[in-house]
Design a protein. Structure first.
Length: 130
């Protein structure tokens, strides 16, 4: 596994680095990444179902719906994860958590816009609201 800023011992928690690189069993994303890749695809499909369930109560259009979905994914998944695991369990430094949250926000936004675009494509191209 590569180093990079997230595993730099001068700015990262030694405990977190050990979990990712030394403590057995290593995380599946390191030892069996295909399983995690499939899991992430399944989460994306689940998010699409949640999107379809909630969007009737949201304003019409790709952008307003995508931003709402991104906010849901970010706050209910990523922000909670960073608070409860890296901050709480690993003692990760606050600035590293902030950097990771930036990366996770980009992921949440990309996923939400992909889901909204696919789900709203037909309505957007016809100029109609679903």
């Amino acid at each position: 596994m590569g180093g990079g800023i997230l595993l730099n011992p001068s700015i990262q928690s030694r405990k977190l680095i050990a979990v990712w690189t030394q403590m057995e069993p290593l995380p599946l994303v390191v030892s069996h990444p295909a399983q995690i890749f499939v899991g992430l695809i399944l989460f994306g499909i689940g998010h699409a179902f949640i999107y379809r369930w909630l969007t009737p109560a949201w304003p019409h259009g790709i952008k307003p719906r995508a931003w709402r979905m991104a906010g849901l994914v970010f706050f209910l998944s990523f922000l909670f994860w960073e608070f409860f695991t890296p901050f709480n369990q690993f003692g990760e430094p606050f600035l590293m958590i902030c950097l990771e949250l930036i990366f996770l926000a980009i992921i949440a936004i990309a996923e939400a816009f992909a889901i909204a675009t696919v789900c709203e494509w037909k309505s957007a191209t016809k100029g109609k609201s679903p």
